[in-house]
Design a protein around this ligand. Structure first.
Ligand code: IPT
Length: 965
């Protein structure tokens, strides 16, 4: 048997003898040195996942360790599933904090109340398990500190929650009846290094495996597979701790480990994930290799792979499942990668720790650039000006190097991994430099990333999070100042576009900055998925829902996916913004310009289709012949002659779509080009048949009004009430965020001004020959600002036209959330049809994915179910909409919103389950304008061009009766 040896640098620092292992700064003791992880070999393995006996103690010292002794009777204990988090299995509760430590900051000490879970299971060696050789017990992830015994013998203890730890156990194994005991502490010195913005979720949350190590088994190995884009040849060398042979049948390669060969190959890229199957055979084991040839380097200040600049169209991915936390099965991981690929995403930053190793296998296979980030964040030290920061304290350096080594050694054979990231939000310090030095020495063929050090002393790229558009533009132009070294580096946004709630806005404008400046190599949207936990009462829970004394509420729900992995509108928006084919109006009439935005591939895997639509109806379609353009190339492609519409008056446009030619017809990119503007006949209403008094009512065309107040009562048979000017929206998470420069929060300012409680003063109801005019002033209590609002109603007998004019009074220091009308349909509506932007939600700065057409949706499906309810569901550019027996056309186009609750109810709701329709009533908003969304929940606010300033405005709507759908 191998004697358990210390992890590299794993000796304990100078801590008193009495310091318990979970509070010393060492990474642990007893574990084997880290080594390469591989998915398949011919050596036997035994999964130890499953039901384990479980006992929870309130402190680390409550229960003695006698449970680990051979023969202990744990039959009275509870059970938990391994892998899993015990706080998600009915024992204790999760805690959410962003960067605040949920315990007093006194490193490396942890609280006395330190939930400690003893886990126990027995296992028999399976049939055919060879008695010869050794065996290794592997833990892929345990949060945050574990002590391990096998058959009563202590193996050691470790920290580093999302990193693998192995122990040599061969001599301890018995053919039948082995007892594995694991004690897990929620808090340890390691917790100081794991202050990521996420739920604190203790447990054995990744696989536990027993691996047979036959005599002559493979040891650690390092696949070096480079690609020379000038010669088209790959160079392969597999360094191996144990002598062995390397074969790659497809390439005719058969050579000794350590020897090098050069062969013509197809390179690996995220766009063309070409893998070659190979094998490393030592005397006692055959290990499957999946080899991808690629070379990554910085050339002239630009990150290049295989000699070409790449652009990161990335996301930050935490591991998350609403039921099982950071325990993910392979199908969930595959679903993530597949969804990313389907949405044009080409890169993932494994924020903020190495993922389950199988995830990287999927990235190799399906093609994603990976920034593999170390399990390290000490963000909470920012509260004390970074004093005592472990990354700048030598006593912690062995633990930091141990973490770097466990990541690099485990993941080094994945071609998808092109960048190592030291960690996240740790400030600066010598420990980080030590990590970078260790990594460079071990793996000079990849790049190093770290965001928190503006000097970029240890990194190969300048990285920022949430920098404004203006700053990214300045960086792109090389005008951002900073140390000279930094100016020579490529630039990435390791986090941007904070996808919390409705938004982020402004992605289009960022993409333009990536396309304009070679140095700006894209970024990673924050983040992939909302971390809302399934909750029996609240739908999805966020911070505070488990009674935490300190928490950061719904800041944990900031993903492009809802917790159940259904895409939020932001994912559709991002897909459109980063689409790898540009489609635009051509240089000459009757052509469309197609631009290949891929970094490596031609367009030969795509087929292009055109269609011609008038008034929302498709009148013709066909295939467009696009040449197989090389990356960066463009061509003007002739469109066919427009089909004879027979509807000369109708607004019409071309839609051009790029679809996968593999039979799936998956849409990769699209654009719409206007063809004919159409006529405005629908909204020009001749004024005839003026208003008539009829008792308490005034009638005008199809409508009836309250004679005293001028309020609309009905259009034909459809009752309408409370139609009036509306400027309020339930503030979004971005509205509630603080401006990074001024600290101002729009949502708060709006409430201070009183936009959520506007009063409507009636000044006059006037009946003239052709019009009913209602004069009002809309203003909040306690303020001298107001909106003079005039509603002018006219009709041609069948159609009812409303013209609204708004004149601001006083000094408006805040933007308006929205400007339009709202009304209730008391008898309700099940669905709506509209001609305009769809199918999904859009706002002024989140409207790239909104496509003109004729759409239909139930009222329920018009809602976007943000985990914390907020403004949502507007449809852009609506020409007309029909709902609940009324059809309304806009003059000009409008934003259409319909819901079963009021804005006030939406505003008051904290969870989805707070939104319950009272009765059939449906509320409709027809907006002339909307304020943008921005990304101010963490980042820049609404760009000036998307702000809605209070200014004189006039807009109209034409209502007609429409048989109910
Ligand atoms: C940044 C963190 O890196 C990330 O983990 C997450 O917390 C994000 O913010 C917000 O959701 S750190 C912040 C100070 C910009």
């Amino acid at each position: 048997m191998n004697t358990p040896t210390s992890a590299p640098m794993g000796t304990r620092a100078n801590t008193p003898v009495s310091t318990p292992y979970y509070e010393d700064v060492s990474p642990g003791s007893g574990a084997l040195p880290p080594r390469a992880r591989y998915a398949r070999s011919d050596a036997m393995t035994l999964s130890l996942n499953g039901k384990w006996r479980f006992r929870l103690s309130p402190t680390a010292g409550t229960a003695d360790a006698s449970f680990a002794a051979d023969g202990y009777d744990a039959s009275g204990w509870d059970e938990v599933a391994v892998p899993g988090h015990w706080v998600l299995q009915g024992h204790g509760a999760p805690i959410y904090t962003n960067h605040l430590y949920p315990f007093p900051v006194d490193p490396p000490r942890v609280p006395t109340r330190n939930p400690t879970a003893d886990h126990l299971r027995t296992f028999d060696l399976p049939q055919g398990w060879q008695p010869s050789g050794d065996a290794v017990l592997r833990f892929d992830g345990v949060e945050s500190c574990a002590r391990v015994w096998l058959n009563g013998t202590e193996l050691g203890e470790f920290k580093g929650s999302r990193l693998p730890h192995e122990f040599a156990v061969g001599a301890l194994l018995r053919p039948g009846g082995n007892v594995l005991a694991v004690r897990v502490h929620q808090w340890s010195s390691g917790s100081y290094l794991e202050d990521q913005d996420q739920w604190w979720l203790p447990g054995i949350f990744r696989d536990v495996t027993l691996l047979h190590r036959p005599e002559g088994a493979a040891g650690d190995f390092f696949v070096h597979a480079a690609y020379d884009h000038l010669t088209g040849r790959g160079t392969l060398r597999v360094d191996s701790a144990v002598p062995g042979r390397v074969t790659v049948p497809e390439l005719g390669v058969d050579l000794a480990a350590g020897a090098e060969v050069s062969v013509p190959v197809e390179p690996w890229t995220a766009e063309t994930p070409r893998l070659y199957d190979g094998e490393l055979a030592s005397a006692g084991e055959r290990v499957a290799l999946r080899i991808g040839f690629r070379t990554v380097r910085v050339e002239d200040g630009v990150i290049e792979v295989n000699g070409r600049r790449i652009l990161f169209r990335g996301v930050n991915r935490h591991e998350f499942h609403p039921d099982t936390g950071r325990t993910l099965d392979l199908e969930t991981m595959r679903a993530d990668v597949t969804l990313m690929k389907q949405h044009n995403i080409n890169a993932v930053r494994t924020s903020h720790y190495p993922p389950h190793p199988d995830f990287l296998g999927l990235c190799d296979e399906l093609g994603l650039w990976v920034v593999d980030e170390c399990d390290l964040e000490t963000h909470g030290f920012t509260e004390q000006g970074w004093r005592d920061n472990p990354v700048d304290d030598e006593r912690w350096t062995p633990a930091l190097i141990d973490r770097a080594a466990r990541m690099v050694e485990r993941d080094k054979n994945h071609p998808s991994v092109i960048v190592w990231s030291l960690g996240n939000e740790c400030g600066t310090g010598r420990g980080l430099s030590a990590m970078a030095g260790w990594i460079r020495e071990r793996d000079p063929d990849r790049l190093i990333h770290y965001e928190g050090d503006p000097s970029c002393a240890d990194t190969d790229m300048y990285s920022r999070m949430y920098a404004s558009h203006a700053e990214v533009a300045a960086i792109g132009r090389g005008e951002d100042g900073g140390p000279p070294r930094r100016g020579q580096l490529p630039f990435v946004l390791c986090e941007y576009g904070h996808a919390m709630g409705n938004g982020p806005g402004g992605l289009t404008e960022y993409q333009q900055l990536f396309d304009t400046h070679r140095r700006n190599q894209g970024g990673f949207v924050w983040e992939w998925i909302d971390h809302g936990l399934t909750h029996p009462v609240l739908g999805y829970a966020y911070g505070g829902d488990f009674g935490e004394e300190l928490h950061d509420a719904n800041f944990v729900c900031d993903g492009l996916l809802f917790p159940d992995r259904t895409p939020s509108p932001a994912l559709a928006e991002y897909k459109k913004v980063i689409e790898p084919v540009g489609i635009d109006a051509g240089g000459t009439a009757g052509t469309v310009r197609v631009l290949n935005r891929y970094d490596f591939t031609t367009l030969s895997h795509l087929l292009f289709e055109w269609s011609y639509e008038a008034a929302g109806e498709t009148l013709g379609s066909g295939v467009l012949d696009v040449p197989p353009l090389a990356p960066g190339e463009r061509a003007d492609v002739p469109l066919p002659a427009p089909p004879d519409t027979g509807q000369d008056a109708a607004e019409s446009h071309w839609t051009v779509r790029a679809l996968l030619a593999d039979g799936t017809r998956h849409e990769v990119a699209w654009a719409q080009l206007p063809a004919a503007p159409g006529q405005r006949a629908a909204v020009a209403v001749p004024e005839s048949g003026g208003p008539r008094r009829a008792g308490e009512l005034v009638t005008l065309g199809p409508a009836a009004f309250d004679a005293r107040t001028g309020e609309l009562r009905a259009i034909g048979d459809t009752a309408v009430r409370d139609l009036r000017l509306d400027v309020w929206r339930a503030p979004t998470d971005n509205d509630n965020g603080a401006d990074p420069v001024t600290g101002a929060r729009s949502g708060q300012l709006w409430r201070e001004v009183g936009l959520h409680r506007m009063q409507h003063r009636l000044d006059a109801v006037e009946l003239s020959g052709t019009a009913l005019t209602v004069r009002t002033r809309v203003a909040p209590a306690a303020r001298d600002i107001g909106l003079v609002t005039v509603y002018r109603w006219t009709s041609d007998g069948a159609r009812l036209r409303l013209t609204v004019s708004v004149t601001p009074e006083g000094a408006w220091a805040v933007p308006l959330p929205r400007l339009g009308i709202r009304f209730a349909l008391p008898d309700g509506a099940d669905s709506a049809v509209w001609c305009g932007g769809g199918p999904g939600e859009a706002y002024p700065d989140t409207r790239a994915a909104s496509r003109l057409g004729r759409w239909e949706s139930s009222v329920d499906a018009l809602q976007t179910p943000y985990v914390r309810p907020q403004e949502n569901g507007a449809r852009a550019d609506v020409r007309w909409a029909a709902i609940g027996g009324v059809r309304v056309a806009g003059d000009p186009e409008f934003w259409f919103t319909a819901r079963r609750w009021t804005t006030e109810q939406l505003d008051a709701a904290e969870h989805r389950t707070d939104l319950r329709p009272a009765d059939r009533e449906v509320w409709v908003n027809l907006d002339h304008a909307q304020h943008g969304i921005g990304s101010q929940s963490c980042g820049p606010g609404v760009l000036p061009e998307h702000r809605l300033r209070a200014a004189p405005a006039e807009f109209g709507f034409v209502f007609t009766e429409e048989p109910t759908l």
